[in-house]
Write a protein that binds this ligand. Structure first.
Ligand code: FMN
Length: 223
């Protein structure tokens, strides 16, 4: 014959109650996370878009194009730019090509990837370069950010012809570009990535603008 032990039964009830309370708590917490995500996602997206637009404006004079850079952007997969997809924004004025903004990734920063954008005129001369994402050490590698120093501005007006390609290196490696005090790895990576973006543009410019022309013709024919 079995008998109910009142002590065991109250422990069981306490466990069930605790489990139920935990389940309710988890449900409420996940609902709160879902609501917060739903509310903040559009804000984050808007902020990211604004940051992108500000960054693009920083590397390409707004009077050098009259098209929508986002509409005329292309995803490319090219080893000179990144191991992942990169984006190239094509600039036009009165339908004539005037330059491009090329996104590139330096994979060999001190703390990993450094993401950049490089704005060039049609001939491949640099308007400007900006670092848009990095994890370099504050105080050592982070002067590559325009907020920290004007180091990145030394690329303005440079091209593969000026300086000559063999001088596209930091001074410590025999090149023309300044390194940072106590930090050569970060600037070395950035200089190489900017140079590679220029080589990519030189090699692929005609193909990119031809592709854009074809797309515009297709779009016009479909109107
Ligand atoms: C904690 C720590 C963080 C560092 N962060 C960076 C960095 O972000 N970028 C960088 O170029 N060097 C950084 N350095 C310095 C590099 O180790 C290296 O000494 C420096 O880049 C000089 O490189 P070089 O020997 O090729 O001239 C850091 C060093 C330490 C100890």
């Amino acid at each position: 014959m079995s008998s109910i032990n009142p002590k065991n039964s109250s422990i069981k009830q306490a466990i069930i109650l605790a489990a139920a309370m935990l389940a309710v708590f988890c449900l409420i917490a996940s609902m709160m996370i879902a609501v917060t995500h739903h509310k903040t996602a559009p804000i984050i997206e808007k902020n990211q878009h604004e940051f992108l637009m500000q960054s693009l404006a920083a590397v390409m004079p707004i009077n050098s194009y009259d098209n929508d850079l986002i509409t005329d952007s292309y995803t490319v997969n090219h080893s000179l730019l990144s191991t992942e997809d990169a984006v190239v924004y094509l600039a036009f004025q009165n339908s004539k090509p005037t330059g491009a903004i090329i996104s590139a990734v330096a994979a060999n920063g001190y703390n990993g990837k450094i993401k950049l954008i490089v704005g060039v005129n049609y001939a491949g001369e640099i308007y400007g370069v900006r670092v848009v994402e990095h994890k370099e050490t504050p105080g050592l590698g982070d002067p590559i950010e325009i907020k920290r120093s004007n180091w990145i501005e030394q690329f303005s007006d440079k091209s593969l012809a000026q300086p000559e390609i063999q001088n596209w290196a930091v001074k410590k490696d025999g090149g023309q570009f300044d390194q940072l005090t106590g930090a050569t790895i970060t600037p070395r990576a950035v200089v190489a990535a900017v140079k590679n973006a220029l080589v990519f543009y030189q090699d692929q410019r005609d193909m990119l603008f031809n592709l854009a022309d074809e797309n515009k013709t297709v779009a016009q024919n479909n109107e």
